[in-house]
Design a protein around this ligand. Structure first.
Ligand code: KIV
Length: 275
């Protein structure tokens, strides 16, 4: 009974939403990584990563697709379960894949699957004004939600490409307003992908919940990168925000520790990683 509370006094207590909120309050950076299997999960945990996301980026880095669109609920559940087996300390988030949340009811059914079958503690969904009601519905069912704003890879066929979002003042203002609405609806975290550093800073300052960035500048409460980018496994042209942490590292674990240290110290992201 209440094992979780007992673990709080252990040397490496599990990260909870309360831990992340306290980190934001203290100004301590939150180090996050994606992960897709148990072996890497053990390393990511050992490196002291705070948050792990089983992202639908697995469609690209694991399955070899060009986009995240082909990823299904069964895929995320399978990988999430594997990652959960390897983790002890980090807070585990699972992505809601393309079209797994077209209605409140489907979003609830699929979130429950990610938590009960996958072992996730939070679900992430690509959000906009159309998802405010869904976030509210999930929050009202006591499901922890991360709202993903900025570049939304699941919309790539509609938007026509992977581009930086919120560059012009109107779009930036809309995103800021939307972030406020999602927080008011009950989102417990916001993830910003590919937005100008100034907008990342404005949204982070405005919200009480932790804001995690990927290509969103140095001012967000935390950073996330795709594990295979950090370890330089991904081939071909890299997004501007990617840094190869294998450079100078003696092993995969060493590279992951370097990433966590660089996020915590504010050394990453540097100006060359920002928009
Ligand atoms: O799917 C994913 O890996 C993500 C990251 C880009 C944050 O959503």
């Amino acid at each position: 009974m209440y094992t979780h509370l007992q673990l709080r006094d252990s040397a490496r207590p599990p990260v909870t939403l309360a831990t992340l909120d306290a980190m934001k309050q203290r100004g301590e950076k939150i180090a996050c990584l994606t992960c897709y299997d148990a072996s890497f999960a053990i390393l990511v945990d050992e490196a002291d990563t705070d948050v792990v996301l089983v992202g639908d980026s697995l469609g690209m880095v694991i399955q070899g697709h060009d986009t995240t669109v082909p990823v299904t609920m069964d895929h995320i559940v399978y990988h999430c379960r594997a990652v959960a087996r390897g983790l002890h300390r980090p807070f585990l988030i699972a992505d809601m894949p393309f079209m797994s949340y077209p209605s409140k009811e489907q979003a609830l059914t699929n979130s429950v699957r990610l938590m009960q079958e996958g072992g996730a503690k939070m679900v992430k969904l690509e959000s906009g004004p159309g998802q405010v009601e869904i976030v509210e519905f999930l929050a009202n069912h006591d499901i922890a939600v991360c709202a993903h704003l900025g570049l939304k890879p699941q919309s790539v066929h509609k938007t026509g490409g992977f581009r930086v979002q919120g560059r012009d003042p109107d779009a930036a203002e809309r995103m800021l307003r939307n972030a406020r609405e999602l927080e008011a609806a009950g989102a417990d975290m916001v993830l910003l992908e590919c937005v100008p550093a100034q907008l990342g800073q404005a949204i982070t300052a405005e919200l009480e919940v932790p804001v995690i960035g990927i290509g969103a500048g140095p001012h967000t409460d935390g950073q996330i990168l795709v594990l295979y980018d950090v370890l330089d496994i991904t081939q071909g042209r890299k997004p501007r925000f990617v840094r190869n942490f294998m450079e100078g590292a003696s092993s995969n674990l060493d590279a992951l520790k370097r990433y966590v240290r660089a996020v915590k110290s504010g050394e990453y992201p540097a100006p060359e990683h920002c928009f």
